[in-house]
Design a protein around this ligand. Structure first.
Ligand code: BMA
Length: 342
């Protein structure tokens, strides 16, 4: 199936990139680190917390040795202190997720990655992707100290990019997610954004489609959740990622044939019924433009939002991975973000 090419895309003028970007890269990490990106960020126990993805390998080499999740703290959300050790190694992820299928010796975990953090009732929940030899699963774990994690649920394959709402809605926990139905949707890499809820974080159901690729004019590929929703008086504001493919782009990064672009979209969901889309911007909120987004990375032209923090003065901090290589920050005013959606 040949999808129309999307063409040039621009970042909305309401967004300001932090001039000191990237805010975190492999240079800041005191253990082997290569690609430091796609972090989950939240405010927890009086400070900013970041859990970042660290793919470890050699620069310019597409064979990686492994992936772990690093931990960093900050007092201002800008300057980060990376902790001496990763908070989730492959072994720890295997141990954590292995518990639910202890009798399935063949279910080997390959890696846990793409963490998303949400604080609910004073505990920090982490959604993450788990690659296994039988497919990609979405995990949810809870922690109070980023040392001890308790696994609460794992989806069946293939699902990922899950994010949790920061409070129960109508008595249920709610998550956005992105299943990968490979036999449908024309067999193309066309995947949509879904919602489900749970009474206890363990059993998830009541799945519904929230946003289809066809609703997003700047995507001809797949879309999915990005930063966990923040509550505003107009609705749940959240960021999603959207891809488009242009075969003429050719090789674009160290990876041999990288032709996708990842942009960031913004949408607003109903406060009482988050299955209802109130509005979304028909243009991307952010598209790759800055040099650290478009040049010299592993996969250039990838922006992947993973965290959004609403400050008391209405500033929204947007954390995003750039080029699958570094972690960056941008800001926007909450009213401007809402106006884009409405
Ligand atoms: C997705 C995930 C993301 C990554 C993106 C682009 O499948 O692996 O972490 O940013 O691809 O490589």
């Amino acid at each position: 199936m040949t999808e129309p090419v999307i063409g040039k895309l621009k970042t909305s003028p309401i967004v300001t990139r932090y001039p000191g970007n990237p805010i975190l890269s492999h240079k800041d990490v005191p253990y082997p680190a290569t690609l430091v990106f796609n972090a989950g960020v939240t405010k927890f126990q009086g400070r900013y917390v970041m859990v970042f993805r660290n793919d470890v390998g050699r620069w310019d080499d597409t064979n990686f040795d492994g992936t772990n999740l690093g931990l960093a703290f900050s007092d201002d959300g800008i300057e980060w202190q990376v902790q001496p050790k990763p908070c989730m190694t492959r072994d720890k992820a295997a141990e954590l997720t292995g518990a639910s299928y202890a009798n399935r010796g063949s279910e080997v975990i390959v890696r846990g990655y793409d963490p998303r953090l949400t604080v609910i009732d004073g505990r920090c929940y982490m959604c993450f992707a788990v690659d296994t030899m039988h497919g990609i699963r979405g995990g949810i774990a809870v922690t109070d100290d980023f040392e001890n994690f308790e696994l609460l649920s794992l989806t069946s394959p293939d699902n990922r990019n899950m994010v949790l709402f920061p409070e129960k809605v109508s008595g249920k926990y709610v998550r956005l997610e992105r299943p990968f139905p490979v036999y449908s949707r024309g067999g193309a890499e066309t995947f949509d954004l879904w919602i489900s809820d749970s009474p206890d974080m363990k059993y998830w159901g009541n799945c519904d489609l929230v946003l289809g690729v066809e609703d997003v004019p700047f995507s001809n590929g797949k879309i999915g959740p990005g930063a966990p929703p923040i509550k505003t008086d107009k609705g749940w504001l959240t960021l999603f990622h959207a891809t488009d493919v242009d075969p003429s782009r050719g090789k674009n990064g160290w990876e041999a044939r990288w032709q996708k672009r990842y942009t960031i979209g913004v949408m607003l969901l109903d406060l009482e019924d988050p299955r209802k889309l109130i509005g979304m911007s028909k243009q991307p909120l952010m598209a790759p433009e800055a040099p650290y987004e478009t040049e010299g990375g592993f996969r250039n032209n990838v922006l992947f939002p993973g965290g959004m923090i609403l400050e008391n003065d209405g500033e929204v901090k947007i954390y995003y991975g750039a080029a699958d290589t570094v972690e960056c920050l941008a800001t926007a005013d909450v009213d401007d973000l809402l106006a884009l959606c409405l």
